[in-house]
Every structure is written in structure tokens, then in C-alpha cells.
Write a protein of this length. Structure first.
Length: 505
């Protein structure tokens, strides 16, 4: 029996597939082709594995071999996802010409057989000229087919249950890193997401949403949090909406590869056309978690005045800055015990005019629970420091009328391209949040009255001293050290002159 594939082996194998396309097309484009191949191979391998079990079951029940095979391979009701013949990996391996068209048709056949996955693969064009002319396309695609054929991705071949989901996250992060600024469009750094989930504490039975879901990492981390705390991650309801169709497809695949097929991920613009709606009303959630695009210019101001859901009760944000449009949408979608954790640029904390009035209204309704300032260069989309805003419709009695400010700008590990939050950083921040306490030069609990006196400005530096502490100097000791240094310099100069004299200079 062959050894099961480990997480590291699978990661290296998948990134090796990216090597085949690297340099040929932009990483922002070729990621979709790699994700598509991974998804097709995984779904096909699991189908074959299921089919074999069904075949063995039918034979054991006394069925003839041809009948058992028909039930196992031709009956869609026997499978969670049915893979038609032309979409099966064994069939793709038989082809060597017009592969782009062959794979596109395989994807179409798969989606036709599984309407719940419509659109997951449709946005990927394997017959694109970006992969070269017809001859070069066949060469590249054949290399990819042969590469993915090297490893079996059925469940029995994997060393741990969620290895495919972890590998998919690994790929998403690697592609985001390679794509640079473009990477921020679909990926939020895992440790930042983990920090927010540690604060929100999602639990079994909850309904959780991400209105700008990207590749789905925030929703999946909520499931991971429950699993880490010995809960059943399948006992939550996950919802998301994503505007970019390619990113929506990545999100759907991410959910499936993590074994979360029941997540509801809608396509569309959350502000202009919210899709998480029931009976003509916005759905309400226990937790909403998001990293919306920073200061989006074309956010949908033209639809805000006539919004049928009453989302902009605190005011309409500036037409070129959509940050507080997303915040107000999220506040409109939490229930009476709901919480929001959202990444925002620092500008929303202090900008005036319409944003100042919106901020004032939210503060007066006592929805702000915490403002957390993060280190710079943590995100792919921007080098500027961001903040995390925590809102709570049911703040504990002792927190009412107060806001906790945390200056976590110094909590990070420096990297060549991106800084990173560490476990100890997350522990420190969450510990202070849970304690809701003042910490020297790090955090402070502030009454709303003081915030009002500051004209509803939430700039962290107004409430937490973020200046470098002065270093006290002992003048007598410093002068002594200076004299000692001067003495040492004179002695060294004397010795050097002696050496030079001996050499005849």
C-alpha cells in the first residue's frame, strides 16, 4: 500500500503545477487555471473512490457485474457530486489535441450534472489565447494533466481529513503573494482573520455572514475556530456574497474542498443588490465578519437614497469612500445579540463631514465595542496600517457607554514583503479585549462622554499614548563614559603612532 500524501508534499506538488504556467501568463490569471485543475482532479478522484465502494456494495448484494457498474458509475443519485464520463480524469488523460476545448466541455458537462455548482468552473477558459496558440496550448495543458495525474486526491490517499482545504488555502496565499497588490482583492491574511474570529468567538448553532467574502477565508476560519474549541464545525450556517465572479468561484471551490458544501455563497454587489435576503428583508446573523475594499470609489452611492432595506439610517457616505456604507450594511444584518468584526482604513475613525455624522450616530447608539489599530503592511492591497472595528448589539452591562481602544501597531513580525501577526500578538490583543482594561501605552477604556468632547473622533492616538517613551539619561554617568571613551581613543592613537614609528613612518 502506498504512503499517504502529507500536507507538505501536496503543497509542493500543487505549487509545482504553478511552475508550468509561471512566466507564461500573469499570476492573477493563471491561479484560476490551477484552481480549476485541482478541483476537477479532486472531484473526479472522489467520484471514482465512491463508485468503487458502491460497486463493491452491489456485488456483495448479489448484483451482476455490469449492473453493479451501471449503478456505481451512471446513477447521479448515488453521488454527492456526479461526474459525467467526459469530465472524468481518466477520459481527459486519453486526449492530446484540442485540450482547451476538451477541458472547457468537461467543465460544462460537470456543471450541467450539478446545478448547485453552476458557474464554479464556467469563468475559467482553458482554451484562452493567454495559454499560447493551439499547439502551445496543447503542450501546456498536457503538462498540467500529466502533473496532476502524479498524485491521487481521493480521501483514502490523504494523510489527514482537511488536507485538501489547507492546500487550497496555501495556494490562495501563495497566489496573493505573487500577485502583490492585486492579491488583496481576494485574500485577507490568515492571522488577521484569526484575530477577528478569536474576538467574535463564533459558536455552534450560529448563522455567520461575510458580505464581501473574497475567497472565503473568513468564513472558513470561523469553522476552524469552532473545531479548535472542540465544537462541530458543520453545526453552523455560513453565508457570503462576492461581486467578482472569478473570486466567487474560488470561494465556492474553497468551501467544497474544506468539506463545507452547504455554505450559501451568492454572486453580486452587496451594496447595490444584497442577495442574502429572505421574504424581502435582509437576513439577520449572529456574527458578521468582513474585509471590504478600502475606500471604494464606485460603491453605489446612486442607489443609497432609494435603498429599500433602510441600511443607511446614520447617513449616506461620500460618493468616493464606501467604507461606512459597508459598515452600515453589516450593522443592518446582525440580530439583537449580533457582533460585527470588520477591517477598515484608519480614515473612518477621524474623517469629518458625512462620515463624522455617521460615526456619531453609531456611537450614540452604543454599538462600538472596540477599535484596534494594526501594524502597517499586513495586507496585500495596501502598505498603510489598518484597523479592526468591533460592534456589538448586546454589549455586557459593564461595557455599555464605553469603547476600548487598542494600539497594536507594534505587534508584528517584520517580513521582506509583508509583515505578519504572530500567535503572541493575537494572544495579547485578545487578552486585552476580553479583560476590557487599561494597559500602559497599549489600551484604554474610554467613556462616550470623552469621545463626544473630542467631537466623536476615534483616532486611537487621542486616547492611547502612542509616542515613544523618553529615555532618562544619567548625565554624570554619561560624562564618565564619554571620558573613558576619550581615554581609550587616546591610548589607541598612541599605540598606532608607536607602530608607525617602528615601520619608519
Amino acid at each position: 500500500m502506498s504512503e499517504k500524501i502529507t500536507s507538505e508534499e501536496l503543497n509542493n506538488h500543487l505549487w509545482g503545477a504553478a511552475d508550468i504556467l509561471r512566466g507564461l501568463i500573469d499570476p492573477a490569471d493563471y491561479k484560476n487555471h490551477i484552481f480549476g485543475f485541482l478541483f476537477l482532479k479532486r472531484i473526479s478522484d472522489v467520484f471514482e473512490e465512491e463508485a468503487q465502494k458502491i460497486y463493491d456494495r452491489e456485488i456483495k448484494k448479489g448484483a451482476a457485474a455490469d449492473k453493479a457498474r451501471k449503478v456505481a458509475y451512471d446513477d447521479p443519485d448515488e453521488h454527492q457530486f456526479f461526474v459525467p464520463v467526459r469530465a472524468r480524469w481518466s477520459e481527459l488523460r486519453k486526449k492530446s489535441q484540442n485540450l482547451g476545448e476538451v477541458i472547457n466541455k468537461a467543465c460544462e458537462a460537470f456543471e450541467e450534472a450539478n446545478p448547485q455548482l453552476e458557474g464554479v468552473l464556467a469563468d475559467i477558459d482553458f482554451n484562452s489565447n493567454k495559454l499560447g496558440d493551439a499547439k502551445n496550448r496543447d503542450i501546456v495543458l498536457l503538462k498540467l494533466i500529466n502533473h496532476f495525474s502524479e498524485k491521487e486526491l481521493k480521501n483514502s490517499a490523504l494523510a489527514e481529513p482537511d488536507i485538501l482545504g489547507k492546500a487550497y488555502e496555501y495556494l490562495i496565499e501563495k497566489f496573493a503573494d505573487n500577485a502583490g497588490k492585486k492579491g488583496g482583492d481576494f485574500f485577507s491574511p490568515r492571522m488577521v482573520v484569526r484575530l477577528i474570529t478569536e474576538i467574535l468567538k463564533p459558536a455552534e448553532g450560529m448563522r455567520i455572514a461575510d458580505p464581501t467574502s473574497g475567497s472565503g477565508g473568513m468564513l472558513i476560519e470561523c469553522a476552524h475556530y469552532i473545531e479548535r474549541h472542540k465544537g462541530n464545525p458543520k453545526n453552523i450556517s455560513l453565508y457570503g456574497q462576492e461581486k467578482n465572479l472569478g473570486t466567487w468561484a474560488i470561494c465556492k471551490m474553497n468551501m467544497l474542498l474544506h468539506g463545507i458544501p452547504d455554505a450559501t455563497i451568492e454572486k453580486g454587489d452587496t451594496i447595490r443588490e444584497p442577495k442574502l435576503v429572505k421574504g424581502g428583508e435582509l437576513m439577520l446573523f449572529d456574527r458578521v465578519i468582513a474585509n471590504p475594499p478600502f475606500s471604494l470609489k464606485e460603491w453605489g452611492v446612486e442607489t443609497a437614497d432609494s435603498d429599500g432595506f433602510g441600511r443607511f439610517r446614520y447617513g449616506i457616505p461620500p460618493k468616493t469612500k464606501g467604507d461606512l456604507a459597508f459598515v452600515q450594511h453589516m450593522l443592518s444584518t446582525i440580530n439583537d445579540n449580533g457582533m460585527v468584526g470588520v477591517v477598515m482604513p484608519h480614515g473612518v475613525l477621524f474623517r469629518g463631514a458625512a462620515e463624522g455624522k455617521i460615526r456619531q450616530g453609531i456611537l450614540k447608539d452604543d454599538l462600538f465595542e472596540a477599535v484596534i489599530g494594526l501594524a502597517p503592511n499586513l495586507f496585500y492591497g495596501t502598505t498603510i496600517p489598518a484597523s479592526i472595528l468591533i460592534f456589538n448589539r448586546n454589549k455586557p452591562k459593564e461595557r455599555k457607554g464605553k469603547v476600548l481602544f487598542i494600539n497594536a501597531a507594534g505587534q508584528y513580525e517584520a517580513g521582506k514583503r509583508q509583515n505578519k501577526l504572530r500567535d503572541q500578538d493575537i494572544q495579547k490583543i485578545t487578552g486585552v479585549f476580553e479583560g476590557y482594561k487599561d494597559t500602559d501605552r497599549f489600551s484604554r477604556v474610554v467613556d462616550l462622554k470623552e469621545i463626544e468632547e473630542n467631537d466623536w473622533n476615534l483616532n486611537i492616538s487621542r486616547y492611547v499614548d502612542i509616542t515613544e517613551p523618553e529615555v532618562k539619561i544619567d548625565v554624570v554617568e554619561a560624562l564618565k563614559k564619554l571620558r573613558d571613551m576619550e581615554k581609550e581613543r587616546a591610548e589607541a592613537e598612541k599605540r598606532m603612532n608607536g607602530y608607525l614609528k617602528e615601520l619608519g613612518y
